[in-house]
Design a protein around this ligand. Sequence first.
Ligand SMILES: [Fe+2]
Length: 385
Amino acid sequence: MPSATTPPYAAPSPPDFDSIPELDWSLVASGDPIDRKLFLSKLRNVLLHVGFMYLKNHPVPTELVERIKQHTVDVFNLPLERKLKMDMIDSPHFYGYNRMAFERTAGAPDIREHIDLGPDSPSTYDPSSGPLYRKMRPGPNPWPDQEDAPGFKEDVKKYIATLAPLSREFIGLVAEAIGLPRESFYQFLEAADVPQGRIKMVHYPPTDTPNAQGVGPHKDGWLTFLLQVNDVPGLQVQNHSGKWVDVPPRDGTYVVNLGKGLQHLTHGVLLATTHRVLPPPPGVHRYSCPFFQDVALDVPWTPLDVPEEVRREVGARGEVVSDVKPLEPAGASDGWQYLANRIKSHPATGLRHYPDFARMVLGEEIFLKESATLDKLLAKRDAEI
Ligand SMILES: [Fe+2]
């Protein structure tokens, strides 16, 4: 008997992908219904069979994109003590700087440093009035000093405020492309007028360590608009047979991909495709800046009724090979799951701001180990500032 994620009918299997398709946003921007239909038809094919795409002719102003690229490079050139003044460990909102190789994916350290930033809204959390996970958002960003990074704060705020509505429009198109009403995913997002979205500025330095990873194989959470900042390759996605396919930087584009939440909500129709980043060769530095759409924290993830004809088409793609081994059911749900995921990615920050919940999430052994190192870590950090 077919499961909820296995359509009962199988159509002929489409060929596996060996490159990443490109979609043209000007077909949406033209306002012509025929163009729009063409975009939706291409989008549907990409969503069902690849899960990754380049998006060209997008509406984000080139000057703003160029400034964000420059800020991404410049901020990592600051001395370590200036970056540590933005240390994520100090932020209950999981915003701020993560030092080199501080995060792990698939059990190994990622050879990168990064800075996570949100829309910079004041915290409204009141412990007496709501669940703990609401402490995560909204919240302020740690910023570099204005003299260290002129224009950084203004440009980042403007950039996030520009990407948020674009990603909202895009996810409406995703719904339409798979035969759902346009508003279908909006119930899982923050209201349109709430400042939202998060960017991660990332620096991948060269390394001569054998088998090092920039980022290990993983799937994203929801919806990502990745800006590849400089012309250094490294991003790869895994096709259905398990082969790694390069996604080299392409000027004027975003790389858009979908995550586990969308796969779960559509019974596996939308694909959360596995990807990784290889470290650059000696002497070369790679930079990137993904934007992540925020999901609402109070909404349970109840799957949607995707039309049968779309589920049938997906049945043709068969098994998808992935280097990511599922540790838990793909369907995360609400704020508690979201907070748990943040704590697993950033245990030191989780321990410091959510100690009781972190103890549950991490388990006693890891909790005690991380607690023992947290004080040392803070002392080391304070000595470095
Ligand atoms: Fe990713």
